[in-house]
Design a protein around this ligand. Structure first.
Ligand SMILES: [Zn+2]
Ligand SMILES: [Zn+2]
Length: 372
């Protein structure tokens, strides 16, 4: 099947601007909309093709890729453009690194066969993030093939010959209508070489899917969303080309005591009303394993904060620590014995209103509200 050029499909010039492309698309989409043609399959296919063309040409990045490589740029899922778009553990697809690599990724400028970057999601406890930690992770990715002679060759250390399809250019040109379209060479997949005596393990690619264990160092102070680049631990390159990088994406487990804002650890501490009124103390488990004693001054109010300097999280790539903050929530008793109730009744009988000045002044204002 001959694939039709996207520009030709929309009936616009190659250099057409966005407005012209949009206008052409609107006109054609209306004309070929399946609703107007009673489910005629030819029209439906055309409608689909028009949508596909517009989808590429409206996006400057995709359009640039298409202009350069034709539809080959979007096969095998290579059109994404966002290396970290999907959760989990992904490599860029082959076609992405070989076809897109040399202009989408500045580091790959010299080498289109560079391996893809990889993402690994790493979940850490607050304690691990505080001290920094070394973790062993399992990575399943393309790694250098150690069978044969390396470089993908079985019997000799180099059996690469110039690709006849593209004469080593890695690209082929095809006449499509009035236009010459350039695309990645289908024979050598853009490398410009073919392997005459390929290793059966890696099929001449010099790399194969492998599961390996890797020890990674996580520095102290990381937080949700921190990215750590592990240079050269991504996917292996094609036939000995440079490897990509591995990116660790840090995720934090919930902590039973502390919320975190940057380097500050925050604990909501309910304290009894007697401790709030008479003063007292609380102890909290420090993130470093030490116990932190905090003095509660008599008369503390709900919402007040006690700050313990230097007992918070470690600073990423820096020195020192943040603070620990205890947010006080005064708890009203809900279960009292008859004796306790009696004591409180006796206390109430002695109240003058001066014990709680904020309450007194608020209700004085409320009483006078209508009096103006
Ligand atoms: Zn070729
Ligand atoms: Zn091999």
């Amino acid at each position: 099947m001959v694939e039709q050029d996207y520009y030709e499909l929309l009936g616009v010039q190659r250099g057409a601007d966005d407005a012209a492309i949009k206008a052409a698309y609107r006109r054609l989409a209306k004309e070929h909309h399946p609703d107007r043609h009673n489910g005629c399959t030819d029209q439906e296919a055309r409608f689909k093709a028009i949508n596909e063309a517009y989808d590429i040409l409206k996006d400057p990045q995709k359009r640039a890729a298409y202009d350069r490589f034709g539809k080959a740029a979007f096969q095998n899922g290579g059109g994404g453009g966002d290396p970290f778009g999907e959760a989990g553990f992904n490599g860029f697809s082959d076609i992405f690194s070989t076809i897109f690599g040399d202009f989408m990724d500045p580091r790959a400028q010299q080498n289109a066969a560079r391996g893809a970057d990889l993402r690994y999601d790493l979940e850490l406890s607050r304690e691990d993030a505080f001290t920094g930690v070394e973790k062993v992770i399992t990575v399943q990715a393309m790694a250098r093939c150690d069978r044969g002679h390396g470089g993908g060759c079985l019997r000799t250390d180099n059996c690469a010959t110039t690709c006849k399809t593209c004469s080593g250019m890695g690209k082929v040109r095809a006449q499509q209508g009035f236009f010459v379209v350039e695309r990645g060479c289908p024979t050598c997949r853009g490398s410009g070489e073919v392997i005459s005596d390929p290793c059966p393990n890696c099929h001449g690619e010099g790399r194969a899917l492998t599961q390996r264990k890797l020890s990674v160092k996580v520095p102290a102070g990381v937080d949700e969303g921190t990215r750590i680049r592990v240079a050269g631990e991504g996917e292996a390159g094609v036939r000995g080309a440079a490897s990509g990088d591995l990116y660790l994406f840090v995720h934090m487990k919930r902590h039973p005591i502390y919320a975190r804002e940057g380097t500050t650890l925050i604990a909501d501490c309910p304290v009894s009303f007697t401790a709030a009124a008479l003063g007292g103390g609380i102890s909290l488990p420090g993130i470093d394993g030490n116990t932190i004693e905090l003095k509660i001054p008599a008369g503390i109010q709900s919402g007040e904060q006690l700050r313990h300097r230097g007992a918070g999280m470690s600073v990423l790539n820096g020195r020192g620590r943040g603070d620990l903050v205890a947010r006080i929530l005064v708890e009203t008793p809900t279960r009292m014995s008859a004796k306790q109730k009696k004591l409180l009744e006796e206390f109430r009988a002695t109240e003058t209103g001066e014990e709680c000045p904020a309450s007194k002044s608020f209700f004085a204002r409320a009483r006078n509200y209508f009096a103006g």
